[in-house]
Design a binder for this molecule. Structure first.
Ligand SMILES: [Zn+2]
Ligand SMILES: [Zn+2]
Length: 253
């Protein structure tokens, strides 16, 4: 089910994608660069052992950072060139292209509206490098490489999970642990009544649980393994979703 407004937005958006754009090249380069960076870091390590424990704090920080950037950059209008562009691309475009009424794509050209542009991965890597160098200096080089592996790995998980949120329903996304959880979580986020404040994680809803921005009322493990269940929806969320549904103008099939 798509509203007329959403259908028109999709038509206009698709019409302005460059004829040179190729969705498979877009994600091929992204995964290629990301996986190569990971492989290179791993190949440079020497007998890393306990240093792998660093994955835990870096993963936790990345999870919170993903929450923060989604809530405070992608959904907040700040009139500074790059920040404004990110807001436009996400709140104005991504969230009009996909609503909880229609979340899916049919073609690889539409990868343009799901995956970040190449510069996102480059920017995250560039942010990571000074910290990796600092760890390399303060602890040892293995620690620095493990930091980079975790950051890039987390980015690729983000893109992969977000893509899984916007494909047609299938056996894999319905049954795969973590993927089914984030798919429901993110579909709820795409409800325009909830998008500015709820369900900001796109990988594992840990920061949403911790910061109390989730639409669910349950513990951490319940959050992570929730799957498609709507049993634990907060009552106020249920009400706001219903209210928003009523406001939707004439739906077309
Ligand atoms: Zn989305
Ligand atoms: Zn959003």
């Amino acid at each position: 089910m798509m509203t007329e407004r959403q259908r028109r937005f999709r038509e206009e958006y698709q019409a302005q994608i460059s004829p040179w754009y190729n969705g498979l090249v877009h994600i091929g380069v992204m995964y290629g660069v990301g996986l190569t960076a990971i492989a290179w870091c791993v190949s440079r390590m020497q007998d890393a052992t306990w240093e792998w424990l660093l994955v835990i704090p870096v993963f936790a920080f990345s999870n919170w950072f993903e929450w923060w950037i989604h809530k405070y950059v992608m959904h907040r209008l700040v009139d500074v060139f790059a920040l404004r562009a990110i807001y436009d691309r996400h709140t104005r475009q991504h969230h009009q292209y996909f609503t909880n009424n229609e979340m899916t794509v049919d073609s690889t050209r539409e990868f343009r509206i799901i995956f970040f542009p190449w510069r996102a991965l480059t920017t995250f890597m560039a942010f990571g490098v000074p910290f990796a160098l600092a760890l390399g200096w303060a602890i040892n080089p293995n620690a620095g490489y493990i930091l980079m592996v975790t950051i890039v790995g987390q980015y690729l998980i983000y893109e992969t999970f977000h893509y899984c949120c916007h494909v047609h329903e299938n056996w894999f996304v319905r049954n795969m642990p973590f993927v089914n959880t984030i798919r429901r979580h993110h579909t709820a986020h795409h409800n325009q009544g909830l998008m500015m404040e709820r369900n900001m994680n796109l990988t594992f809803p840990i920061a949403d649980w911790f910061m109390r921005t989730s639409d669910l009322d349950r513990g951490l493990l319940g959050h992570i393994f929730n799957g498609y269940s709507e049993e634990h929806l907060k009552p106020e969320v249920r009400a706001s979703v219903e209210r928003f549904r009523e406001r939707e103008p004439h739906q077309v099939a």
